[in-house]
Design a protein around this ligand. Structure first.
Ligand code: HEC
Ligand code: HEC
Ligand code: HEC
Ligand code: HEC
Ligand code: HEC
Ligand code: HEC
Ligand code: HEC
Ligand code: HEC
Length: 422
């Protein structure tokens, strides 16, 4: 009897010791990832906080360690709204918005929201799948006021209608909702980059943030960045960089190589922070045939300000000149492919419906996948994407396209065939 008790006791002791060892191990691992912010909500008696420590402890813990909690911004500042607010719901004696909109952020972050509204992350991202017909007049006004909002409707992608809502809600919409019109008249979802509830700039500055959407065969910005020297530096040294530097104070001392955000958004060595991601761009690279943007010269100057903080000006200006030429070369290939298929359209040998014939897929991929990838690779230093996922695929695709066009023309009734020279 006694020895049985001792056995149970020692088994319990052993389990406790193992348990403690596991806990200490986990804490050690966390510590090696850097110290956590302290919990600025510790001791809070606010009812949202105390009840949600039980209802959703993860959210309260994350928010408690955020810069906004440190600045005494409360749950109510974002969530609590008047009862007649569009989308408001009753909740534990309060009226709340389950998913706070940019109109909520705007009260404290006017500049960021205004810049965001001017960008293609705003209404244009929504129009890209839903079309301008889906816009109510106020959103249409916002859309028309975006200087670089065009060209959009023209290149809208018919796959959205073909695939149907059951699929596209998980596809197009998940990426493009970054610019979704909201019930209260504001636009977009800041939380697509500033993941709730930390809303941390350190996180938003890292390229993984953009990887949520800027990935895949038609816009492999993430993959290209990874193979660029900038991405290699990030991968190999990024853990030592100063991610928390205050906005508008970042310099190459904080990060000796740029991330997506550094080049496109951050205040960096003289360029000021912007939420207009088109603010530094020269070309409409995503277009079938790329054209320069309306304000390309000043945009270019702002991007180059970022480059100049790490590179000498001759290096950058000659790089830009070569990249302009490469962009024109891809434009030429795409125009050639259009000219190749034009006779089929002229002779009515293609149906009116998009994406119902193999040749349409071939031509679409030539520009939408390979052409764009080659251009992106040129501009963001990804040689494998310029070559094997870009120029090579275009070359191959052109041969296949030629073959398909000839077969279609040859299959015509003989009287329609062009007369052969005597
Ligand atoms: C008495 C407890 C309690 C209080 C007080 C409380 N909540 Fe909640 N809240 C909950 C529970 C429980 C849920 C549902 C959780 C679930 O479904 O998993 C919830 C859900 C939510 C949701 C999600 C709603 C949705 O429709 O998706 C939000 C946002 C929220 N609470 C915010 C707040 C805010 C802001 C306050 C303070 C004004 C607050 N809560 C006060 C218990 C509480
Ligand atoms: C800076 C603004 C902001 C603050 C402050 C804030 N929230 Fe939120 N909260 C959001 C946003 C934005 C979302 C919507 C997230 C989404 O769409 O995925 C959200 C979503 C939620 C949800 C639903 C999440 C889910 O996945 O179901 C709950 C619950 C919630 N918040 C509770 C709280 C509580 C409790 C606090 C205070 C401790 C708080 N929030 C503070 C902006 C905020
Ligand atoms: C009531 C005012 C208020 C509201 C509402 C508000 N913020 Fe903030 N926000 C602040 C303050 C204050 C800071 C801290 C600024 C500082 O530390 O200098 C801040 C900081 C931030 C930061 C920088 C965080 C960091 O790591 O330094 C981000 C990102 C941010 N807010 C996003 C949002 C978003 C997105 C919303 C809406 C969903 C929002 N805020 C709503 C007041 C607000
Ligand atoms: C993985 C995220 C993701 C998915 C899924 C996605 N897109 Fe996009 N889309 C993007 C990104 C990122 C760009 C920007 C490319 C650039 O600017 O170089 C873009 C660009 C576009 C453009 C060109 C820009 C414009 O406004 O004209 C159109 C049109 C478009 N997408 C439509 C769609 C449609 C329709 C679907 C679904 C059939 C879809 N997208 C699915 C992320 C996505
Ligand atoms: C070294 C700076 C740099 C880095 C890092 C960088 N980019 Fe770029 N990006 C550029 C330049 C330069 C262009 C071409 C701009 C132009 O048109 O002049 C460009 C083009 C783009 C475009 C094409 C816009 C269009 O017209 O279709 C997108 C989208 C983009 N970058 C997103 C990203 C993402 C996402 C990352 C990170 C995974 C990233 N960039 C990393 C400098 C950079
Ligand atoms: C495309 C991703 C992205 C989206 C969408 C986005 N942000 Fe940001 N935001 C960033 C990045 C990256 C930074 C850090 C900039 C830097 O390094 O200087 C930032 C910084 C901020 C800051 C701190 C800036 C400062 O000067 O103190 C605030 C506040 C902020 N964002 C608010 C918002 C609000 C509000 C929205 C929605 C309207 C929003 N952001 C949407 C990426 C994003
Ligand atoms: C939730 C998805 C999503 C995330 C996250 C996202 N983007 Fe985008 N981005 C898009 C879409 C969609 C477009 C294309 C909008 C259009 O032209 O219709 C786009 C376009 C762009 C463009 C081209 C703008 C122009 O004027 O043509 C740049 C540059 C860009 N994003 C940079 C970034 C950077 C940098 C980050 C990360 C800090 C980021 N994006 C995060 C979805 C996203
Ligand atoms: C924060 C510093 C920093 C910024 C900003 C920066 N770069 Fe770089 N860049 C580097 C470093 C570091 C390397 C790696 C140098 C090496 O190869 O030894 C590099 C390498 C390059 C290379 C060489 C690529 C190769 O394959 O050899 C090019 C081209 C380049 N950068 C272009 C740009 C352009 C264009 C911009 C602005 C849009 C820019 N960089 C902004 C730090 C920076």
């Amino acid at each position: 009897m006694r020895s049985w008790r001792v056995l149970v006791l020692s088994a319990v002791v052993t389990l406790v010791v193992i348990g403690l060892a596991v806990i200490v191990g986990v804490m050690g691992q966390r510590a090696s990832g850097g110290p956590r912010e302290s919990d600025y909500l510790a001791g809070s008696t606010d009812s949202c906080v105390t009840c949600h420590r039980r209802a959703s402890p993860g959210i309260v813990d994350q928010y408690g360690r955020s810069a906004m909690a440190a600045a005494k911004v409360t749950c109510q500042d974002c969530h609590a709204v008047p009862a007649d607010y569009p989308g408001a719901e009753q909740h534990e004696g309060a009226t709340i918005l389950a998913s706070p909109t940019p109109a909520r952020c705007q009260r404290c972050h006017e500049r960021e929201v205004a810049q965001f509204n001017q960008s293609r992350h705003s209404v244009p991202a929504f129009v890209a799948y839903a079309g301008t017909a889906a816009l109510t007049p106020p959103f249409r006004k916002l859309y028309d006021a975006i200087p670089e909002g065009q060209p959009t409707d023209k290149v809208r992608n018919a796959l959205f209608a073909i695939e149907g809502k059951d699929i596209t809600d998980f596809a197009c919409v998940k990426c493009h909702e970054v610019g979704e019109p909201r019930l209260d008249g504001s636009v977009g979802k800041c939380q697509k980059c500033h993941l709730r509830h930390e809303f941390s700039i350190s996180q938003a500055r890292k390229p993984e943030t953009c990887n949520n959407c800027h990935i895949g065969p038609d816009h492999p910005h993430w993959e290209i960045y990874h193979e660029s020297p900038h991405g290699v530096m990030y991968e190999t040294q990024g853990s030592q960089w100063n991610w928390k530097a205050r906005p508008d104070t970042l310099t190459p001392v904080d990060m000796p190589a740029p991330t997506c955000a550094t080049c496109h958004m951050s205040g960096f060595a003289g360029a000021s922070t912007t939420h207009d991601v088109g603010d530094r761009l020269t070309w409409f690279l995503f277009s079938e045939v790329s054209e320069r943007r309306p304000a390309w010269e000043s945009n270019r100057a702002r991007m180059q300000t970022v480059c100049f903080s790490c590179h000498n000006s001759k290096f950058i200006t000659s790089y830009y000149a070569a990249a302009d030429t490469a962009t024109e070369q891809v434009n030429k290939w795409v125009r050639d492919s259009q000219a190749l298929v034009a006779p089929l359209r002229d002779k009515g040998l293609l149906t009116k419906e998009p994406f119902d014939e193999p040749i349409e897929f071939e031509q679409f991929e030539l520009w939408h996948h390979w052409g764009r990838t080659a251009k992106f690779g040129v501009w963001m230093q990804g040689p494998d994407y310029v070559q094997w996922h870009g120029a090579y695929e275009i070359t191959k695709s052109m041969v296949e396209l030629k073959d398909m066009v000839h077969q279609k023309l040859a299959a015509q009734p003989s009287e329609e065939k062009p007369k052969e020279a005597p």
